[in-house]
Design a protein around this ligand. Structure first.
Ligand code: PXL
Length: 266
């Protein structure tokens, strides 16, 4: 049977991040993908490439979820940018209609073009309604600080503490990404499964953040889980894929490069 994976996420019109990156990652890893679009983000070249953000109407999101889940037997889903409390409600409702082996949550908390007040509502709704459904969560430093209620995350020990705190919010598997911003020469991620802590570390490739790295990481984990692998191995594959993608990054006319989507050499 063809391995299938599902993603519910926003469209990012330049192709670097969002559902565009997710579906490319699925394809590269040999998984047939289907997707539901929650919002449309179009960077604005006339205004410093700021985010223009348009949510998709909740009933249209519900229709897309109905179509995908009726058409395919799915047991693995990735959640990317949801964007508004209304979107979160309709996605939570849609997910509750069937059992999932894995719900991989990339907790994209704020998109730069959104009102900070709206972001706060979104944080609360995400924590209340989506976190309890997630089996795997992949926060970056900013998201980990918010979810764990920590003022600063600056060391690997801080990453471990954040992973433990976020685990208590519900998700069985927590992978906190140090990324470019964690001080030090290495890109460090910490995986905590409730018992064991695993540190994934590799030398940083430059210091700049690359668009789509986080999306690709969670999408690659989702694809590997769809193929039947465990979370630990899936995280290793995802990290290798993002490393290759950052090293072969696509330069753009925007001030940031986009991750290239290439499956890691076995
Ligand atoms: O990389 C986070 C992200 C996720 N999803 C969408 C985005 C972005 C960042 O711009 O636009 C749709």
């Amino acid at each position: 049977m063809t391995n299938r994976a599902y993603v519910i996420a926003g469209s990012e019109a330049t192709g670097g991040a969002g559902i565009q990156a997710d579906l490319k990652a699925f394809q590269e890893l040999g998984v047939y993908g289907m997707g539901t679009i929650t919002c449309i983000v179009s960077f604005d070249p006339k205004h410093d490439w700021g985010h223009r953000f348009v949510p998709v109407a909740p009933e249209v999101i519900a229709d897309q979820i109905e179509a995908a889940t009726s058409c395919h037997d799915l047991d693995v889903v990735k959640l990317g940018m949801l964007g508004t409390p209304d979107t979160i409600d309709v996605v939570a409702e849609g997910l509750r209609r069937q059992p999932w082996r894995h719900v991989v949550l990339d907790p994209v908390l704020i998109c730069k073009g959104q009102e900070p007040g709206a972001a706060l509502d979104t944080d609360k709704a995400l924590t209340a309604r989506i976190l309890p459904l997630a089996t795997v969560i992949t926060p970056n430093l900013f998201e980990a600080r918010t979810l764990a209620g920590m003022e600063a995350i600056e060391t690997v020990d801080d990453l471990v503490e954040a992973a433990r705190r976020i685990h208590e919010l519900g998700p069985r598997h927590v992978i906190v990404k140090g990324g470019a911003e964690l001080p030090g020469p290495d890109a460090v991620d910490v995986y905590f499964d409730g018992e064991e802590t695993t540190v994934l570390s590799a030398p940083k490739i430059g210091d700049a953040r690359v668009s789509g790295a986080g999306c690709t990481f969670a999408a690659a984990i989702t694809a590997e889980l769809a193929k039947g692998g465990g979370v630990g191995r899936a995280a290793e594959v995802a990290k290798a894929m993002v490393r290759e993608g950052i090293s072969g990054r696509v330069t753009t006319h925007a001030p940031f490069a986009s991750v290239a989507t290439v499956a890691p050499r076995a």
